[in-house]
Design a protein around this ligand. Structure first.
Ligand code: PLP
Length: 399
């Protein structure tokens, strides 16, 4: 099909040309005396992205899922109890993994479309007088429903009852695009991956581990080998890895971290929020449709899950968008399959790229018979962005 593919799934995201070019390198010896320079640049560059000075970033040749497993098996003893709210496919998959790995899992069932219910976490923690709960798990951004949770409030709930459990946060679709604060929020393990806000292909599990989690990993008796934090931290201390790292991915990561530093993390967070506002204006004001996220406090700045009207199938919109317009939209997963389509708005992205996705979604919806006004989403997003343009951009606007 002529023209570029428009990639608007919520990960993998568009890889900037600069990062792609940085990854085109000949293979090299990962035990050479020069190699530690690359390792150290990546690990040091990740620290400000996690907002940590005390935490240890760790890079696995895996994906985010590997970091979920690493968090559980490094820090917990066999059979330990964990607590987690389930409100979408990704929080569900973390529950499923914890069960399959043999932990006792207390699941806080939460309607899909809402986020982590802080008061229910608090109730469970305050009832746990004997401190049987060893880890509190929370998905910061549920990619399946486009819902962001308040991690700082979960930490406050833990502190308010002086609960000593570890705090594990899935920030796979939030890191480097929605605010995340490892040290300030007292997060013990942050789980992420390369293919979302870090603007790389999938292939790296990117995680960060607090000194408390590392101390737990010294004695925790769950079986692990490939994902052992201690092996990794020890090898990284001299600039190497315990096994063969993906060299091109590390060059790509170094470049993407340089791009993040150049734009500035806070500017990146603001850009995501501003772009997301335009998408939400398209959905609500333009198309008069609903998001899966049921209230503004849950709205995600990296992914919008758009509910299709009764009688229509979201999968038809996605299929039409892909086959006819070369636009990749995210599918409804599991419980919400067919009920929605998702627009990913994270990573290397600007207004015009998003207008392409909004226009394409509009065409696909019209083609399958959904009654929206052609151009309404595009116009609503444009109006939003003109009203909310950053001060520097306003300088060029007619009054
Ligand atoms: N957690 C969330 C919130 C995700 O969105 C994803 C993937 O999209 C994962 C975990 C799993 O990560 P990966 O696919 O990188 O293993």
């Amino acid at each position: 099909m002529a023209g570029r593919n428009f990639l608007f799934v919520p990960g993998p995201t568009n890889v900037p040309d600069r990062v792609l070019r940085a990854m085109v390198v000949p293979m090299e010896d990962h035990r050479s005396p020069l190699f530690p320079e690359l390792t150290r640049a990546c690990l040091a560059g990740l620290k400000p992205v996690f907002k940590t000075t005390h935490g240890h970033p760790i890079i696995y040749p895996s994906s985010g899922t590997g970091c979920w497993e690493a968090a559980l098996t490094n820090c917990l003893n066999v059979g330990d109890k964990v607590i987690i709210a389930r409100f979408g496919q990704f929080s569900h998959l973390w529950v499923d993994m914890a069960v399959r790995l043999g932990y006792e899992v207390e699941v806080i069932e939460t309607p899909w479309g809402e986020g982590a219910p802080v008061e229910r976490y608090l109730a469970a923690l305050s009832a746990d007088k004997q401190h049987k709960i060893k880890a509190v798990l929370v998905c910061q951004n549920e990619t399946a429903t486009g819902v962001t949770s308040d991690v700082a409030a979960i930490r406050q709930a833990m502190d308010s009852v002086k609960h000593p459990a570890l705090l594990f946060v899935d920030s796979v679709s939030a890191l480097a695009s929605i605010d995340f604060r490892m040290d300030e929020w007292g997060v013990d393990v942050c789980v992420s991956g390369s293919q979302k806000g870090l603007m790389l292909p999938a292939g790296l599990g990117v995680t960060c581990v607090s000194p408390k989690a590392l101390a737990a990993a010294k004695s925790a008796n769950s079986r692990r080998c490939y994902f052992d934090y201690n092996d990794m931290v020890q090898a990284n201390a001299s600039g190497y890895f315990p096994y063969t790292p993906s060299v091109p991915m590390l060059y790509g990561l170094r470049e993407s971290l340089a791009m993040i530093a150049e734009e500035g993390l806070e500017n990146i967070l603001r850009r995501h929020s501003y772009l997301a506002g335009g998408v939400r204006a398209a959905v609500h004001e333009g198309w008069k449709l609903k998001l899966c996220a049921v209230a503004p406090k849950w709205y995600s700045d990296t992914v919008s899950a758009v509910m299709v009207p009764e009688g229509f199938n979201g999968a038809d919109v996605i299929s039409r968008a892909f086959k006819r317009y070369n636009l990749a939209l995210g599918a409804g997963l599991s419980k919400v399959a067919g009920k929605l389509f998702r627009i990913g708005h994270l990573g290397d992205l600007n207004e015009l790229m998003l207008l392409g996705a909004i226009a394409g979604a509009e065409l696909a919806m019209l083609d399958v018979g959904i009654k929206i006004e052609p151009g309404s989403g595009v116009a609503a997003a444009q109006n939003y962005w003109r009203q909310h343009a950053p001060a520097a951009a306003k300088a060029g606007m007619a009054a």
